[in-house]
Design a protein around this ligand. Structure first.
Ligand SMILES: [Zn+2]
Length: 153
């Protein structure tokens, strides 16, 4: 009895050796490229989830502090990101998706009236523009000139 088998890529019937999985070399190639791509995008997605998750937790800690404590905290975050080659923290403070208020990952923290406080990235941007006269990205990645009045310490 001949078992009918189908190409794992294009679903057309396969003739020949019983261990064949693809109708042609071309389909084998397409199929492995496809798996490779989806694996890469899955890894990227997971990485983003981890980033957003971390951003969300830090934002919650931050926004639960009274406003007068926040400047000091932001100063610490910025120093940590700059000095310890802390890539995740750098991303948390400067990632363009996190700066986007319409993105609810990473900035889900809402105040008592349900108003979004925004994300740490937004706060970092404001802080850096004010004290460094530079973007948060340039500050955390060490591209901005340090402020001369020593605000940082
Ligand atoms: Zn095929």
């Amino acid at each position: 009895m001949i078992e009918l088998r189908f190409c794992q890529n294009c679903e057309s019937p396969i003739y020949g050796r019983s261990d064949k999985k693809y109708c042609s070399g071309n389909c084998r190639k397409r199929s492995s490229e496809c798996r490779q791509n989806s694996k890469e995008s899955r890894e990227k997605r997971n990485k983003n989830y981890r980033l957003f998750d971390r951003a969300a937790r830090l934002a919650e800690i931050y926004f639960n502090k009274p406003p007068f404590e926040r400047v000091g905290m932001m100063q610490n975050y910025i120093n940590l990101a700059r000095n310890e080659d802390n890539h995740t923290l750098r991303e948390v403070l400067s990632n363009k998706w996190l700066k986007d208020r319409s993105n609810t990952y990473g900035n889900p923290f809402k105040g008592k009236r349900g108003i979004s406080c925004g994300s740490l990235a937004e706060e970092a941007e404001r802080y850096c523009q004010k004290f460094w006269k530079a973007s948060a990205y340039d500050v955390v990645f060490g591209l901005a000139k340090e402020p001369e009045d020593g605000v940082i310490d």
